[in-house]
Write a protein that binds this ligand. Structure first.
Ligand SMILES: [Zn+2]
Length: 382
């Protein structure tokens, strides 16, 4: 039963809650969740999927590529990105956003390259793409100082300041590539504080404990009173630390209210890469972080580019990989990680949700079917 003000959806199972339900959407929100009396389940209902780490500006830019290492991917990407125009970034980012919407993603956070390779062309292209999908997808743009834009250098910092004038939603940087990471971090956090912007760092995307920057960055967050304003993406090296050092860092991160964005696809592909078969997974200590009270979120990271040649922006695929590689067995924790902290679709929530044609959460993860029905602000958009 549907009219312009109210939508009723039956035969829905809600991961994390026993039973089968009818959902009523009204006034842009989930107005009611009531028992369904009418037979077998047909849909799995989830809050709108949230992809908290993407690179829409580079998506679909490489047809086929196998990086020899993370550094190799950075070099190949830089060579190709030199030819990017704002128009082709816009076209590819729009394609990525449309894929995301079709999968049931209602919010995307995208790291957008700022460096001497593309200057502000990627920012301009992604901003245009964001405007084009604004009524169907919440896009948060991170002005991202890449590995080729060291914020410890005056030119790098000046370039990011120009990007801030384009009104990004967050600031980010790839810290491990800086010649002076502490100085780069200080510059970034000072700029973020001045403009009231949260920060998301690409940090410790390697497996060498001696190169870790997360302890220093967590200290800086506490010293500046930026608790709850900073996220760490990747943090692979945490899994290479000895037990007591890992515990000390995890406790410090819990104290600084740092959110960790886990990126199974790219970490599995790029970490422990050599001529031999990888022995280490490259996935951060997800379960220990959750146990300590650290918020865990998921992102697809790169899609069809030099860092990751596969993927299509489907958070069900990312969640499946997180379940496999991090043994994230608890359904509520997994749903929370893939839905921006929302563990269950419930009455009173905003009407951003996806119905997946499946009979259970595991059925949805196993098949990741097409034919999803997506609502934004209570209106059907797919
Ligand atoms: Zn990334």
């Amino acid at each position: 039963m549907t009219d312009s003000h109210e939508v009723t959806l039956g035969a829905v199972v809600l991961p994390g809650r026993a039973g089968i339900y009818t959902l009523t959407l009204r006034g842009g929100a989930v107005a009611a969740v009531e028992p369904w009396i009418g037979g077998d389940p047909r849909w799995v209902g989830l809050p709108g999927l949230v992809n908290l780490h993407a690179h829409a500006d580079r998506a679909f830019a490489a047809e086929s590529f196998r990086p020899a290492s993370l550094a190799d991917a950075v070099a190949a990407a830089a060579k190709a990105r030199a030819t990017f125009t704002a128009a082709d970034v816009q076209m590819r980012a729009t394609r990525f956003f449309e894929h995301s919407i079709a999968h049931g993603v209602t919010r995307v956070r995208t790291h957008t390259d700022v460096d001497a390779v593309v200057e502000l062309r990627s920012m301009q292209g992604v901003l245009s793409a964001k405007r084009a999908v604004a009524d169907r997808l919440d896009v948060e743009i991170i002005a991202f100082a890449t590995a080729r834009n060291d914020l410890a250098e005056p030119d790098g910092l000046r370039r990011l300041k120009h990007a801030v004038e384009l009104k990004p939603d967050l600031l980010g940087a790839s810290l491990n590539s800086s010649a002076e990471p502490k100085r780069a971090l200080d510059a970034l956090l000072t700029l973020a504080e001045r403009h009231g912007l949260p920060v998301d760092l690409h940090i410790d995307e390697h497996l060498e404990p001696g190169r870790m920057l997360a302890p220093m960055a967590a200290d800086a967050v506490i010293a500046r009173g930026m608790q709850g304003r900073v996220s760490f993406s990747h943090l692979c090296a945490l899994a290479a630390l000895d037990e007591s050092s890992a515990k000390a860092l995890i406790d410090k991160m819990a104290h600084s209210q740092i959110t960790v964005i886990v990126l199974p696809e790219s970490n599995l592909l790029l970490q422990d890469r050599s001529q031999a078969t990888p022995r280490r997974r490259g996935i951060t200590l997800v379960r220990e972080l959750i146990a300590a009270g650290v918020k865990i979120r998921l992102g697809t990271d790169n899609v069809r580019d030099w860092f990751f040649p596969f993927g299509n922006g489907d958070m069900l695929e990312t969640a499946r990989l997180a379940a496999i590689t991090a043994h994230l067995d608890d359904t509520s924790e997994l749903v929370s990680a893939m839905c921006g902290g929302c563990a269950l679709l419930r009455e009173g929530m905003p009407g951003d949700l996806v119905l997946i044609p499946a009979t259970s959460f595991d059925d949805a993860l196993a098949r990741r079917p097409d034919g999803r029905v997506v609502f934004k602000h209570g209106c059907r958009i797919v």
